[in-house]
Design a protein around this ligand. Structure first.
Ligand code: DOR
Ligand code: ZN
Length: 485
Protein backbone atom coordinates (compact mmCIF):
# COMPACT_ATOMS: atom_id res chain seq x y z
CA UNK A 1 0.00 0.00 0.00
CA UNK A 2 1.10 3.48 -0.76
CA UNK A 3 1.31 5.25 2.59
CA UNK A 4 1.02 8.66 1.04
CA UNK A 5 -2.33 7.89 -0.53
CA UNK A 6 -3.67 6.26 2.59
CA UNK A 7 -2.59 8.96 5.03
CA UNK A 8 -5.50 11.10 6.11
CA UNK A 9 -5.39 14.84 6.72
CA UNK A 10 -7.56 14.59 9.79
CA UNK A 11 -9.32 12.06 11.97
CA UNK A 12 -12.28 12.91 14.16
CA UNK A 13 -11.84 10.30 16.88
CA UNK A 14 -14.34 8.80 19.27
CA UNK A 15 -17.53 10.46 18.06
CA UNK A 16 -20.95 9.11 17.23
CA UNK A 17 -21.87 9.27 13.54
CA UNK A 18 -25.51 9.98 12.79
CA UNK A 19 -27.59 9.44 9.67
CA UNK A 20 -31.36 9.24 9.20
CA UNK A 21 -31.49 5.53 10.01
CA UNK A 22 -28.92 5.02 12.75
CA UNK A 23 -26.22 6.34 15.01
CA UNK A 24 -23.00 4.43 15.64
CA UNK A 25 -19.68 4.98 17.30
CA UNK A 26 -16.94 5.47 14.69
CA UNK A 27 -13.86 7.45 13.83
CA UNK A 28 -14.03 9.52 10.65
CA UNK A 29 -10.95 10.07 8.51
CA UNK A 30 -10.80 12.95 6.05
CA UNK A 31 -8.51 13.49 3.11
CA UNK A 32 -8.52 16.15 0.39
CA UNK A 33 -11.89 17.41 1.53
CA UNK A 34 -13.59 14.04 1.26
CA UNK A 35 -14.44 11.36 3.78
CA UNK A 36 -11.80 8.68 3.39
CA UNK A 37 -12.77 6.13 6.04
CA UNK A 38 -15.36 5.50 8.73
CA UNK A 39 -14.82 2.81 11.32
CA UNK A 40 -13.08 1.47 14.38
CA UNK A 41 -9.97 3.29 15.62
CA UNK A 42 -7.68 0.40 14.67
CA UNK A 43 -9.03 0.48 11.11
CA UNK A 44 -8.10 4.13 10.64
CA UNK A 45 -5.27 5.22 8.36
CA UNK A 46 -2.48 7.35 9.71
CA UNK A 47 -3.35 11.02 9.93
CA UNK A 48 -1.59 14.34 10.16
CA UNK A 49 -3.98 15.47 12.88
CA UNK A 50 -6.29 13.61 15.24
CA UNK A 51 -9.00 15.42 17.13
CA UNK A 52 -10.74 13.89 20.08
CA UNK A 53 -14.50 14.26 19.75
CA UNK A 54 -15.40 11.59 22.30
CA UNK A 55 -19.12 11.49 23.09
CA UNK A 56 -19.82 14.22 20.55
CA UNK A 57 -22.12 13.64 17.58
CA UNK A 58 -20.88 13.80 14.00
CA UNK A 59 -23.65 15.13 11.78
CA UNK A 60 -23.59 16.10 8.14
CA UNK A 61 -23.58 19.89 8.15
CA UNK A 62 -26.99 21.48 7.71
CA UNK A 63 -28.02 22.42 4.17
CA UNK A 64 -30.16 25.54 4.32
CA UNK A 65 -31.90 26.11 1.00
CA UNK A 66 -33.31 29.48 2.03
CA UNK A 67 -31.12 32.39 3.11
CA UNK A 68 -30.85 36.07 2.18
CA UNK A 69 -27.30 37.43 2.35
CA UNK A 70 -28.26 40.85 0.91
CA UNK A 71 -25.25 41.43 -1.30
CA UNK A 72 -25.24 43.17 -3.70
CA UNK A 73 -27.38 46.11 -2.72
CA UNK A 74 -28.34 45.87 0.93
CA UNK A 75 -24.99 45.40 2.63
CA UNK A 76 -26.02 47.68 5.49
CA UNK A 77 -28.02 44.60 6.64
CA UNK A 78 -25.63 41.72 5.84
CA UNK A 79 -23.08 40.61 3.26
CA UNK A 80 -21.74 37.28 2.07
CA UNK A 81 -18.92 37.30 4.60
CA UNK A 82 -21.07 37.97 7.67
CA UNK A 83 -23.94 35.77 6.51
CA UNK A 84 -21.72 32.81 5.74
CA UNK A 85 -19.84 33.33 9.02
CA UNK A 86 -23.19 33.00 10.79
CA UNK A 87 -23.81 29.78 8.85
CA UNK A 88 -20.40 28.40 9.84
CA UNK A 89 -21.10 29.18 13.50
CA UNK A 90 -24.46 27.46 13.22
CA UNK A 91 -23.22 24.14 11.83
CA UNK A 92 -24.53 24.93 8.34
CA UNK A 93 -22.15 23.94 5.58
CA UNK A 94 -24.18 24.77 2.47
CA UNK A 95 -26.67 27.57 1.87
CA UNK A 96 -28.82 28.54 -1.13
CA UNK A 97 -29.01 32.30 -1.46
CA UNK A 98 -32.09 34.19 -2.63
CA UNK A 99 -32.30 36.61 -5.58
CA UNK A 100 -34.08 39.57 -3.92
CA UNK A 101 -30.89 41.60 -3.80
CA UNK A 102 -30.30 44.90 -5.60
CA UNK A 103 -30.04 44.26 -8.46
CA UNK A 104 -32.10 41.08 -8.29
CA UNK A 105 -30.49 37.95 -9.77
CA UNK A 106 -32.58 37.91 -12.93
CA UNK A 107 -30.01 37.69 -15.76
CA UNK A 108 -26.60 36.18 -16.42
CA UNK A 109 -24.93 39.54 -15.82
CA UNK A 110 -26.51 39.74 -12.39
CA UNK A 111 -25.68 36.11 -11.71
CA UNK A 112 -22.02 36.97 -12.30
CA UNK A 113 -22.30 39.90 -9.85
CA UNK A 114 -23.81 37.58 -7.26
CA UNK A 115 -21.03 35.05 -7.83
CA UNK A 116 -18.42 37.77 -7.34
CA UNK A 117 -20.00 38.76 -4.01
CA UNK A 118 -20.23 35.10 -2.99
CA UNK A 119 -16.50 34.59 -3.44
CA UNK A 120 -16.07 35.69 0.20
CA UNK A 121 -18.16 32.82 1.57
CA UNK A 122 -17.02 30.62 4.42
CA UNK A 123 -19.40 27.83 3.41
CA UNK A 124 -20.53 26.26 0.15
CA UNK A 125 -23.46 27.82 -1.62
CA UNK A 126 -26.09 27.54 -4.28
CA UNK A 127 -27.36 30.61 -6.10
CA UNK A 128 -31.00 31.21 -6.95
CA UNK A 129 -32.05 32.86 -10.17
CA UNK A 130 -35.27 34.86 -10.23
CA UNK A 131 -38.37 33.78 -12.14
CA UNK A 132 -40.34 36.98 -12.71
CA UNK A 133 -42.73 38.47 -15.23
CA UNK A 134 -40.04 40.45 -17.02
CA UNK A 135 -37.22 37.94 -17.34
CA UNK A 136 -38.76 34.89 -19.05
CA UNK A 137 -36.30 35.46 -21.90
CA UNK A 138 -33.39 35.26 -19.46
CA UNK A 139 -34.28 31.91 -17.90
CA UNK A 140 -32.42 29.74 -20.43
CA UNK A 141 -29.33 31.89 -19.96
CA UNK A 142 -29.55 31.57 -16.20
CA UNK A 143 -29.84 27.79 -16.52
CA UNK A 144 -26.80 27.44 -18.77
CA UNK A 145 -25.05 30.20 -16.83
CA UNK A 146 -25.10 28.08 -13.69
CA UNK A 147 -27.89 28.93 -11.28
CA UNK A 148 -28.65 26.08 -8.88
CA UNK A 149 -32.40 26.70 -8.49
CA UNK A 150 -35.05 29.31 -9.18
CA UNK A 151 -37.14 31.51 -6.91
CA UNK A 152 -40.61 32.73 -7.75
CA UNK A 153 -42.19 35.40 -5.54
CA UNK A 154 -45.93 34.73 -5.85
CA UNK A 155 -46.38 37.40 -3.20
CA UNK A 156 -44.55 40.55 -2.32
CA UNK A 157 -41.96 40.63 0.43
CA UNK A 158 -38.70 42.45 1.11
CA UNK A 159 -37.37 44.00 -2.11
CA UNK A 160 -40.92 44.37 -3.45
CA UNK A 161 -40.23 42.37 -6.57
CA UNK A 162 -43.49 42.26 -8.50
CA UNK A 163 -45.03 38.80 -8.50
CA UNK A 164 -45.49 37.26 -11.93
CA UNK A 165 -48.95 36.67 -13.33
CA UNK A 166 -50.07 33.04 -13.44
CA UNK A 167 -49.55 33.22 -17.20
CA UNK A 168 -45.91 34.23 -16.84
CA UNK A 169 -45.41 31.62 -14.13
CA UNK A 170 -46.74 28.88 -16.42
CA UNK A 171 -44.37 29.87 -19.21
CA UNK A 172 -41.50 30.09 -16.73
CA UNK A 173 -42.27 26.61 -15.43
CA UNK A 174 -42.36 25.31 -19.03
CA UNK A 175 -38.93 26.77 -19.73
CA UNK A 176 -37.31 25.58 -16.50
CA UNK A 177 -38.90 22.11 -16.29
CA UNK A 178 -36.55 20.32 -18.74
CA UNK A 179 -33.50 21.48 -16.76
CA UNK A 180 -34.65 19.59 -13.67
CA UNK A 181 -33.79 22.61 -11.54
CA UNK A 182 -36.17 23.15 -8.64
CA UNK A 183 -38.33 26.27 -8.46
CA UNK A 184 -38.79 27.52 -4.90
CA UNK A 185 -42.00 29.35 -4.28
CA UNK A 186 -42.77 32.22 -1.98
CA UNK A 187 -46.34 30.90 -1.93
CA UNK A 188 -48.51 33.80 -0.84
CA UNK A 189 -50.98 35.29 -3.29
CA UNK A 190 -50.15 38.96 -3.91
CA UNK A 191 -53.57 40.22 -4.92
CA UNK A 192 -55.28 38.98 -1.75
CA UNK A 193 -52.60 40.54 0.45
CA UNK A 194 -52.58 43.91 -1.34
CA UNK A 195 -56.37 44.10 -1.06
CA UNK A 196 -56.46 43.30 2.63
CA UNK A 197 -53.47 45.41 3.65
CA UNK A 198 -54.96 48.47 1.98
CA UNK A 199 -58.29 47.95 3.77
CA UNK A 200 -56.57 47.36 7.12
CA UNK A 201 -54.39 50.44 6.75
CA UNK A 202 -57.41 52.54 5.82
CA UNK A 203 -59.14 51.29 8.96
CA UNK A 204 -56.18 52.38 11.07
CA UNK A 205 -54.95 48.94 12.05
CA UNK A 206 -51.22 49.37 12.75
CA UNK A 207 -50.68 46.69 15.41
CA UNK A 208 -48.54 43.57 14.93
CA UNK A 209 -51.52 41.22 14.61
CA UNK A 210 -52.77 43.25 11.64
CA UNK A 211 -49.93 41.62 9.73
CA UNK A 212 -51.65 38.23 10.04
CA UNK A 213 -54.98 39.75 9.08
CA UNK A 214 -53.38 40.97 5.85
CA UNK A 215 -51.89 37.55 5.12
CA UNK A 216 -54.26 34.90 6.48
CA UNK A 217 -53.44 31.24 5.84
CA UNK A 218 -55.74 31.08 2.81
CA UNK A 219 -53.16 33.27 1.07
CA UNK A 220 -50.63 30.46 1.38
CA UNK A 221 -53.03 27.60 0.68
CA UNK A 222 -54.36 29.23 -2.48
CA UNK A 223 -50.84 29.86 -3.78
CA UNK A 224 -49.60 26.33 -3.00
CA UNK A 225 -52.62 24.79 -4.74
CA UNK A 226 -52.16 26.97 -7.83
CA UNK A 227 -48.41 26.39 -8.06
CA UNK A 228 -48.87 22.65 -7.58
CA UNK A 229 -51.27 22.57 -10.53
CA UNK A 230 -48.73 24.37 -12.73
CA UNK A 231 -45.98 22.01 -11.55
CA UNK A 232 -48.10 18.94 -12.28
CA UNK A 233 -49.04 20.28 -15.72
CA UNK A 234 -45.49 21.20 -16.76
CA UNK A 235 -43.47 18.57 -14.92
CA UNK A 236 -41.45 21.30 -13.20
CA UNK A 237 -39.94 20.48 -9.83
CA UNK A 238 -41.13 22.87 -7.14
CA UNK A 239 -40.44 23.60 -3.50
CA UNK A 240 -42.77 25.35 -1.07
CA UNK A 241 -40.78 27.77 1.07
CA UNK A 242 -41.56 28.61 4.69
CA UNK A 243 -44.70 26.56 5.34
CA UNK A 244 -46.58 28.44 8.06
CA UNK A 245 -50.08 27.00 8.24
CA UNK A 246 -52.05 23.81 8.66
CA UNK A 247 -54.23 24.40 5.63
CA UNK A 248 -51.47 24.64 3.04
CA UNK A 249 -50.50 21.09 4.01
CA UNK A 250 -53.66 19.87 2.25
CA UNK A 251 -52.72 20.92 -1.34
CA UNK A 252 -49.13 19.86 -0.62
CA UNK A 253 -50.17 16.38 0.52
CA UNK A 254 -52.58 16.01 -2.36
CA UNK A 255 -50.00 17.06 -4.96
CA UNK A 256 -47.42 14.65 -3.57
CA UNK A 257 -49.98 11.83 -3.67
CA UNK A 258 -50.54 12.29 -7.38
CA UNK A 259 -46.83 12.35 -8.16
CA UNK A 260 -46.03 16.03 -8.50
CA UNK A 261 -42.36 16.56 -7.67
CA UNK A 262 -43.04 19.00 -4.85
CA UNK A 263 -41.12 19.42 -1.60
CA UNK A 264 -41.71 21.68 1.36
CA UNK A 265 -39.77 23.37 4.11
CA UNK A 266 -40.63 25.06 7.35
CA UNK A 267 -38.52 27.31 9.58
CA UNK A 268 -37.93 27.34 13.34
CA UNK A 269 -40.19 30.37 13.89
CA UNK A 270 -43.26 28.49 12.60
CA UNK A 271 -42.50 25.56 14.91
CA UNK A 272 -41.49 27.45 18.04
CA UNK A 273 -43.50 30.71 18.03
CA UNK A 274 -47.20 31.47 17.63
CA UNK A 275 -49.78 34.23 18.05
CA UNK A 276 -49.23 34.25 21.80
CA UNK A 277 -45.75 35.72 21.16
CA UNK A 278 -46.92 38.83 19.29
CA UNK A 279 -47.60 40.97 22.35
CA UNK A 280 -44.16 40.18 23.79
CA UNK A 281 -42.16 40.54 20.57
CA UNK A 282 -44.08 43.27 18.76
CA UNK A 283 -42.71 44.15 15.34
CA UNK A 284 -39.67 41.89 15.78
CA UNK A 285 -41.86 38.89 14.98
CA UNK A 286 -42.99 40.34 11.65
CA UNK A 287 -42.10 37.88 8.91
CA UNK A 288 -43.59 36.75 5.60
CA UNK A 289 -45.51 34.55 5.84
CA UNK A 290 -46.55 35.43 9.39
CA UNK A 291 -46.12 33.29 12.47
CA UNK A 292 -49.63 31.86 13.08
CA UNK A 293 -51.71 29.93 15.60
CA UNK A 294 -50.44 27.28 17.99
CA UNK A 295 -52.63 24.77 16.12
CA UNK A 296 -50.68 25.60 12.94
CA UNK A 297 -47.37 24.86 14.69
CA UNK A 298 -48.69 21.53 15.92
CA UNK A 299 -49.83 20.55 12.42
CA UNK A 300 -46.45 21.51 10.92
CA UNK A 301 -44.59 19.49 13.58
CA UNK A 302 -46.75 16.51 12.67
CA UNK A 303 -46.11 17.04 8.94
CA UNK A 304 -42.38 17.21 9.61
CA UNK A 305 -42.58 13.83 11.31
CA UNK A 306 -44.65 12.19 8.57
CA UNK A 307 -42.61 13.60 5.70
CA UNK A 308 -45.26 15.91 4.22
CA UNK A 309 -42.86 18.73 5.13
CA UNK A 310 -39.47 17.55 3.89
CA UNK A 311 -36.97 19.87 5.45
CA UNK A 312 -36.01 22.66 7.80
CA UNK A 313 -34.63 25.90 6.39
CA UNK A 314 -34.35 29.35 7.93
CA UNK A 315 -35.42 32.14 5.58
CA UNK A 316 -32.44 33.91 7.20
CA UNK A 317 -33.60 37.51 6.61
CA UNK A 318 -31.31 40.01 8.30
CA UNK A 319 -32.47 43.60 8.83
CA UNK A 320 -31.00 46.22 11.15
CA UNK A 321 -32.53 46.61 14.63
CA UNK A 322 -33.79 50.06 13.59
CA UNK A 323 -35.52 48.62 10.54
CA UNK A 324 -37.20 45.97 12.69
CA UNK A 325 -38.34 48.07 15.66
CA UNK A 326 -41.24 50.18 14.46
CA UNK A 327 -44.46 51.26 16.15
CA UNK A 328 -46.44 51.00 12.94
CA UNK A 329 -46.31 47.37 11.90
CA UNK A 330 -46.36 48.11 8.17
CA UNK A 331 -43.07 49.98 8.51
CA UNK A 332 -41.15 47.11 10.10
CA UNK A 333 -39.03 45.08 7.70
CA UNK A 334 -40.03 41.42 7.52
CA UNK A 335 -37.87 38.55 8.74
CA UNK A 336 -34.90 38.09 11.06
CA UNK A 337 -31.59 36.24 11.07
CA UNK A 338 -31.88 32.47 11.42
CA UNK A 339 -28.97 30.60 9.88
CA UNK A 340 -26.88 30.74 13.07
CA UNK A 341 -29.65 29.65 15.45
CA UNK A 342 -31.45 26.94 13.47
CA UNK A 343 -29.32 24.03 14.59
CA UNK A 344 -29.19 24.96 18.30
CA UNK A 345 -32.95 25.62 18.36
CA UNK A 346 -33.75 22.33 16.65
CA UNK A 347 -31.21 20.32 18.66
CA UNK A 348 -32.85 21.78 21.73
CA UNK A 349 -36.06 20.11 20.54
CA UNK A 350 -34.05 16.90 20.09
CA UNK A 351 -32.82 17.27 23.67
CA UNK A 352 -36.43 17.70 24.81
CA UNK A 353 -37.41 14.52 22.97
CA UNK A 354 -39.69 16.15 20.44
CA UNK A 355 -37.77 14.83 17.43
CA UNK A 356 -35.00 12.25 17.13
CA UNK A 357 -31.46 13.18 16.19
CA UNK A 358 -31.73 10.79 13.26
CA UNK A 359 -34.81 12.57 11.95
CA UNK A 360 -33.13 15.91 12.43
CA UNK A 361 -30.31 14.75 10.13
CA UNK A 362 -32.93 13.74 7.58
CA UNK A 363 -34.70 17.12 7.55
CA UNK A 364 -31.62 19.32 7.88
CA UNK A 365 -29.21 17.54 5.55
CA UNK A 366 -30.37 14.44 3.69
CA UNK A 367 -33.64 15.71 2.30
CA UNK A 368 -32.34 19.12 1.18
CA UNK A 369 -29.34 17.42 -0.49
CA UNK A 370 -31.60 14.99 -2.31
CA UNK A 371 -34.23 17.53 -3.32
CA UNK A 372 -31.74 20.08 -4.64
CA UNK A 373 -29.45 17.68 -6.50
CA UNK A 374 -26.47 17.67 -4.13
CA UNK A 375 -26.76 14.03 -3.10
CA UNK A 376 -24.67 11.86 -2.82
CA UNK A 377 -21.73 14.28 -2.48
CA UNK A 378 -23.37 16.30 0.27
CA UNK A 379 -25.84 15.64 3.06
CA UNK A 380 -24.33 12.48 4.50
CA UNK A 381 -21.36 11.12 6.38
CA UNK A 382 -20.22 8.44 3.92
CA UNK A 383 -16.96 7.45 2.29
CA UNK A 384 -16.39 9.55 -0.80
CA UNK A 385 -18.77 12.33 0.20
CA UNK A 386 -17.67 15.88 0.95
CA UNK A 387 -16.45 16.19 4.54
CA UNK A 388 -19.14 18.77 5.39
CA UNK A 389 -19.57 18.15 9.08
CA UNK A 390 -21.12 19.61 12.20
CA UNK A 391 -19.64 18.19 15.40
CA UNK A 392 -22.34 18.57 18.00
CA UNK A 393 -22.21 18.63 21.79
CA UNK A 394 -25.62 17.54 23.05
CA UNK A 395 -24.67 18.36 26.64
CA UNK A 396 -23.72 21.95 26.04
CA UNK A 397 -26.17 24.74 26.83
CA UNK A 398 -25.97 28.30 25.54
CA UNK A 399 -28.32 31.26 25.70
CA UNK A 400 -29.18 32.87 22.37
CA UNK A 401 -28.10 36.49 22.41
CA UNK A 402 -28.54 38.86 19.48
CA UNK A 403 -25.42 40.69 20.66
CA UNK A 404 -23.22 37.71 19.79
CA UNK A 405 -24.71 36.87 16.38
CA UNK A 406 -22.26 36.91 13.49
CA UNK A 407 -24.83 38.74 11.36
CA UNK A 408 -23.26 41.79 12.97
CA UNK A 409 -25.53 44.39 11.35
CA UNK A 410 -28.72 42.49 12.13
CA UNK A 411 -28.36 41.73 15.81
CA UNK A 412 -31.99 41.19 16.59
CA UNK A 413 -33.85 37.90 17.04
CA UNK A 414 -37.21 36.72 18.36
CA UNK A 415 -35.26 34.01 20.19
CA UNK A 416 -33.37 36.43 22.43
CA UNK A 417 -32.69 34.87 25.83
CA UNK A 418 -33.77 31.35 24.84
CA UNK A 419 -31.63 28.69 26.47
CA UNK A 420 -30.67 25.93 24.04
CA UNK A 421 -29.05 22.57 24.68
CA UNK A 422 -27.27 21.00 21.69
CA UNK A 423 -24.56 23.12 20.09
CA UNK A 424 -22.37 22.68 16.99
CA UNK A 425 -18.87 23.01 18.45
CA UNK A 426 -16.98 22.50 15.19
CA UNK A 427 -18.01 23.01 11.57
CA UNK A 428 -16.03 21.60 8.64
CA UNK A 429 -16.59 22.44 4.99
CA UNK A 430 -14.90 19.99 2.62
CA UNK A 431 -12.57 18.92 5.38
CA UNK A 432 -11.54 22.36 6.58
CA UNK A 433 -12.57 23.87 9.91
CA UNK A 434 -14.59 27.03 9.33
CA UNK A 435 -15.67 27.07 12.97
CA UNK A 436 -13.59 25.45 15.72
CA UNK A 437 -14.42 25.33 19.44
CA UNK A 438 -17.14 27.97 18.94
CA UNK A 439 -14.80 30.38 17.17
CA UNK A 440 -15.05 31.43 13.55
CA UNK A 441 -11.95 30.73 11.48
CA UNK A 442 -11.68 34.14 9.83
CA UNK A 443 -9.16 32.92 7.26
CA UNK A 444 -11.75 30.65 5.68
CA UNK A 445 -13.61 33.57 4.11
CA UNK A 446 -13.37 32.57 0.44
CA UNK A 447 -13.15 28.83 1.09
CA UNK A 448 -16.81 28.34 0.16
CA UNK A 449 -17.55 27.25 -3.40
CA UNK A 450 -20.63 27.25 -5.53
CA UNK A 451 -22.17 23.79 -5.57
CA UNK A 452 -22.84 21.89 -8.74
CA UNK A 453 -26.12 20.10 -9.08
CA UNK A 454 -24.79 16.58 -9.37
CA UNK A 455 -27.94 15.34 -10.93
CA UNK A 456 -29.11 17.77 -13.52
CA UNK A 457 -31.98 15.37 -13.28
CA UNK A 458 -34.26 15.20 -16.28
CA UNK A 459 -37.72 16.24 -15.25
CA UNK A 460 -39.45 13.55 -13.28
CA UNK A 461 -42.73 13.52 -15.13
CA UNK A 462 -42.63 15.22 -18.50
CA UNK A 463 -46.14 16.51 -19.05
CA UNK A 464 -47.82 18.44 -21.79
CA UNK A 465 -44.55 19.25 -23.50
CA UNK A 466 -46.50 19.52 -26.75
CA UNK A 467 -48.64 22.29 -25.31
CA UNK A 468 -45.94 24.72 -24.21
CA UNK A 469 -46.21 28.32 -25.25
CA UNK A 470 -42.84 27.98 -26.97
CA UNK A 471 -44.21 25.16 -29.18
CA UNK A 472 -47.37 27.08 -29.97
CA UNK A 473 -45.36 30.14 -30.96
CA UNK A 474 -43.72 28.05 -33.70
CA UNK A 475 -47.05 27.90 -35.55
CA UNK A 476 -50.09 25.62 -35.86
CA UNK A 477 -48.39 22.76 -37.70
CA UNK A 478 -45.69 22.18 -35.15
CA UNK A 479 -48.19 22.52 -32.35
CA UNK A 480 -50.62 20.02 -33.94
CA UNK A 481 -47.82 17.63 -34.88
CA UNK A 482 -46.76 17.65 -31.26
CA UNK A 483 -50.28 16.80 -30.14
CA UNK A 484 -50.52 13.85 -32.53
CA UNK A 485 -47.27 12.36 -31.29
O1 DOR B 1 -40.05 37.90 5.99
C1 DOR B 1 -39.43 37.69 4.97
N1 DOR B 1 -38.29 38.36 4.68
N2 DOR B 1 -39.90 36.79 4.12
C2 DOR B 1 -39.35 36.61 2.92
O2 DOR B 1 -39.83 35.79 2.18
C3 DOR B 1 -38.22 37.46 2.46
C4 DOR B 1 -37.48 37.99 3.59
C5 DOR B 1 -36.48 39.07 3.27
O3 DOR B 1 -35.81 39.00 2.24
O4 DOR B 1 -36.35 39.98 4.09
ZN1 ZN C 1 -37.06 34.22 2.11
Amino acid sequence: MNDKIFTADLILAGGIVVNSRARFRADVAIKDGLILAIGAPDAMPRAREIIDVASKYILPGAIDVHVHFREPGYTHKEDWRTGSAAAAMGGTTTIFEMPNTDPPTRSVKELREKQAAASKAHVDYGIYGLLAEDNIGELEGLITGGVNAFKCFMGNTFGNLPSPSTGAMLEGFEVIAPSGLRISLHAETASIMAWRQERLMAAGRNDPLAHIAARPAIVAAEAVARAAELAGWTGARVHVLHISSAIELRPLTEAKARGVDITGETCPCYLLLDTRDYARLGSIIRVNPPVREHSDSLAIWEALQTGVVDMIATDHAPHTPEEKQQDIIWRADCGFPGVETQMPLMLNEVAKGRISLEHYVKISSENPAQSFGLWPMKGRIEIGAHADIAVVDMERTEVIRAATLHSVRARITPFEGVSVTGIPIHTLVRGRFVQRDRSLIEATSGWGRQVTNIQRMPQAKPRNTDQTLAAALQGPFEALAGTAA
